[in-house]
Write a protein that binds this ligand. Structure first.
Ligand SMILES: [Zn+2]
Length: 426
């Protein structure tokens, strides 16, 4: 019997015919709809056509090529915050109990300034890290760096890498230089600020206007440590000492009219809150600030492994979800995390937030990330029209699973599955 063909996706007889493939698995996790036991995904011409129970999909596409998979089909994971160029800096020590976030920055800067790592070793470490991300089931990465360009995303079969050039300058003199550099950048280079404590308002607003004009992602570190809030609110604390040490303290905090406000309120004051803002970390944000982020349609990315490594606190995930804000997940760099593994990030999130349902954690690692990167129409869910790239995972832990809830509990709480492979149909 010949394979059936799809004659039309929307209007009849307008599209060419393409063969249809069916992928069947004991479990399908579409993210955008409930977990399906004995499910199937129909694919044609590089796109998902339909997702449903195995019996209904096979009836709908009778005679299509069928491939039986073990375990679970789900969308590829999204790492919405990583610094690949720091992949060789795995030896930056975590802060001692009497040390601050600023001490960790000092250690990292010292290592980078000493220049003990050759550029080719840094590039090799970045490529290896990218390969590791792919092998762990990561489909999309948002890579931030200020020295190296991202390694070429040539890893087959599936990695989609976006690179943001990170710029910073805490003084008016630095601002002049950075603005000149921004003006000289090719439009193909996406550029973004580092953080409020390291970048003047003039640089941040110039970069935001540029990102909006060029439709680039605009992302920065926000409210990562309590020290940042102390600086913004009072102009004191370890960040002030840090900036003074470098001759970079210009007394701009507390920003005029901003006494007592948090990091998100500061960004709001600068007019930066909108749907093209990705705030990374958001550990020290008030409920009022979470509400502001949600109302403006801003994106958030949490990095629980990095926050634990640096001992900066735990982001208010429950409050975010209550305000209909689905954050993305990121590993940050190996300089501030023991390992860069999104399965471990989900596990840490479950430990830190036992009241959050596993389905929300799984959605963060997929759909939340795709939304943060502005590509939820292509990735992040298994739904009609999305790209035909499926992640297939399996592990002995999944054998005794009886329902969708237990499946998501195991996937998000059990660490990296034993078997991970990609299904890609171009
Ligand atoms: Zn970071």
């Amino acid at each position: 019997m010949p394979s059936p063909v799809l004659t039309s996706l929307s209007a009849e007889n307008e599209l060419p015919s393409f063969p249809v493939s069916l992928y069947l698995a004991p479990w399908v996790v579409p993210i955008s709809s409930p977990v399906i036991r004995d499910g199937a995904v129909a694919i044609s011409n590089g796109r998902i056509l339909a997702v449903g129970s195995s019996s209904s999909i096979q009836a709908q596409f009778a005679g299509a090529r069928v491939k039986n998979c073990q375990g679970v089909l789900l969308p590829g994971l999204v790492n919405a915050h990583i610094h690949l160029e720091l992949s060789a800096y795995h030896h930056v020590p975590r802060p001692a109990p009497d040390e601050t976030f600023c001490d960790w920055i000092r250690s990292l800067l010292q290592l980078r300034q000493e220049g003990g790592i050759e550029p080719e070793d840094m590039a090799r470490a970045a490529r290896n890290m990218l390969q590791q991300q792919h092998d762990a089931g990561v489909l999309l990465l948002l890579d931030i760096g200020n020295i190296l360009p991202s390694p070429p995303a040539t890893i087959a079969p599936a990695v989609h890498l976006s690179f943001l050039l990170e710029l910073l300058g805490p003084t008016s003199k630095a601002e002049e230089q950075v603005l000149a550099r921004i003006a000289s950048l090719s439009d193909s280079v996406a550029a973004t600020p580092h953080a409020s404590y390291s970048t003047t308002p003039g640089i941040m607003t110039a970069l935001k206007q540029r990102a909006d004009r060029l439709q680039h992602i605009f992302s920065l570190h926000v409210a990562e440590s309590a020290d940042e809030i102390e600086l913004l609110q009072s102009g004191r604390g370890c960040f002030r000492s840090f900036l003074e040490e470098r001759g970079a303290w210009e007394n701009i905090f507390p920003y005029p009219g901003m006494d007592g406000s948090g990091s998100v309120e500061y960004l709001e004051h600068l007019g930066l809150l909108d749907a093209n803002l990705l705030c990374v970390h958001c550990v020290h944000v008030s409920e009022k600030e979470v509400q502001m982020l949600a109302e403006h349609g801003c994106k958030v990315c949490l990095c629980p492994g990095s926050n634990r490594f640096l001992d900066v606190g735990v982001a208010p995930l429950e409050v975010m979800l209550r305000h209909q804000l689905l954050p993305a997940l990121g590993t940050d760099s190996i300089a501030s995390n023991e390992e860069l593994d999104l399965w471990r990030e989900m596990q840490i999130l479950r430990e830190d937030h036992p009241g959050v349902v596993p389905a929300a954690v799984m959605a963060m690692a997929t759909l939340g990330g795709a939304k943060a990167m502005g590509c939820e129409e292509e990735f992040g869910t298994l739904a009609p029209g999305r790209k035909a790239i499926l992640l297939n995972v399996d592990s002995p832990d999944l054998q005794g699973v009886g329902n969708g809830e237990q499946l998501l509990d195991t996937l998000t709480g059990g660490g990296r599955p034993e078997k991970i492979c990609w299904i890609v149909e171009a």
